[in-house]
Design a protein around this ligand. Structure first.
Ligand SMILES: Nc1ncnc2c1ncn2[C@@H]1O[C@H](COP(=O)(O)OP(=O)(O)OP(=O)(O)O)[C@@H](O)[C@H]1O
Ligand SMILES: [Mg+2]
Length: 333
């Protein structure tokens, strides 16, 4: 466009200069009438207007074509995880989760992140994963809603291999607060409503209150209708986190996954949100990932995950008594 416009503008200017200079010369010479020159200038105007129209059209056409191509790319993308043949719908979920010899790597040639992992989280149990950064904690929980498929082994929920379930029914039953929160452009209310699309405004306010988010939302310029910018750019990390916690409160799922859900909060807000999360977790299967061990102390089972896999598991008291990895981590903190 820069090239196009520069050239046409220069062309336009040059045409006028040429016509005015030559016309002026001819009029002085007496070989042309002044009225002829005016007609000539009008012709030039017409010519230039049509040229400009063509340029505008070309620009619009190219933009439109690119848009259509992008749209087509998105619409024809084939998901890695396919459930077209599945008919099994997960209902009345109890929340028993079994990892049976699960191995997983992100790429074909990549190193295995999980190697023959085995554990069972019973219905209603509060499980926690702790361990060094990069051990694969977030990977484990992204396998449960089938963001990725396992390489070998299987994951079962209430006895069903999750690869046999309708993805929609699987994901409807799992609520996740992820480490990196995903918010959409739009306002606060819409972003919370994403947890349950048919929620009423009252339910949304209630969820925000439980997530400890109501206070800061009401302080925003337009309250719940405040636009939060692309990917929530206008909110702080802790505020984004609380919005995604509000989503889960709204969704009210039988299986709850919290990946560093309160890591971006100050101590005061963390305590408040932690209390509500504890309330939410009651009676549900809950998997918590936390670096701050005080947040997982009360869990029924704590799994210590390192690069070697699960090296210790048990309740807080049992792990402390073992004086192993967890004990060292705990006393250091
Ligand atoms: N999308 C991805 N593609 C390729 N490799 C990945 C991807 N996500 C994670 N990994 C790799 O998998 C390994 C485990 O990552 P994961 O995010 O599960 O760790 P984590 O235990 O959650 O760590 P943290 O405590 O820092 O959150 C890391 O070595 C990481 O480099
Ligand atoms: Mg992680």
């Amino acid at each position: 466009m820069a090239g196009f416009i520069t050239v046409t503008t220069a062309f336009e200017g040059l045409m006028y200069i040429a016509v005015l200079t030559a016309g002026g010369y001819f009029i002085l010479n007496g070989t042309m009438e002044a009225s002829d020159m005016i007609v000539f200038i009008m012709y030039i105007n017409m010519l230039i207007t049509s040229v400009k129209r063509i340029i505008q059209f070309t620009e619009q056409f190219q933009k439109g074509l690119t848009g259509i191509q992008r749209f087509h790319e998105v619409m024809t993308a084939v998901p890695d995880v396919d459930d077209t043949d599945n008919t099994l719908v997960l209902e009345n979920v109890k929340g028993n989760i079994v990892f049976d010899d699960v191995s997983f790597s992100y790429g074909k040639d990549d190193e295995k992140v999980l190697d023959r992992l085995n554990f069972e989280i019973k219905e209603g149990e509060q499980a926690a994963f702790v361990g060094p950064s990069g051990a694969g904690k977030s990977t484990i929980i992204s396998l449960i809603p089938r963001f990725f498929d396992v390489d070998s082994g299987e994951i079962r929920i209430d006895g069903h291999d999750i690869r046999h379930l309708k993805i929609h029914s699987l994901r409807d039953n799992i609520g996740i607060v992820q480490q990196d929160v995903y918010l959409f452009a739009g306002n606060v209310k819409e972003n919370i409503r994403y947890g349950k699309l048919d929620a009423t405004d009252e339910e949304i306010y209630e969820a925000a209150r439980l997530a400890g988010a109501a206070e800061f939302i009401e302080a925003l310029p337009n309250g719940f209708d405040t636009d939060i910018g692309e990917r929530g750019a206008r909110l702080s990390g802790g505020q984004k986190q609380r919005i995604s916690i509000a989503r889960v409160f709204l969704k009210n799922p039988p299986i709850l996954i919290l990946d560093e859900a309160t890591s971006a909060l100050d101590n005061q807000s963390e305590m408040v949100v932690q209390e509500s999360l504890k309330e939410l977790a009651k009676g549900r299967t809950t998997i918590t990932i936390a670096h701050r061990l005080t947040t997982v102390e009360d869990s029924d089972t704590i799994y210590v995950l390192t690069d070697e896999g699960i090296i210790e598991s048990g309740s807080h008291e049992e792990l402390i008594a073992q004086e192993g990895y967890y004990y060292n981590l705990y006393t250091r903190q």
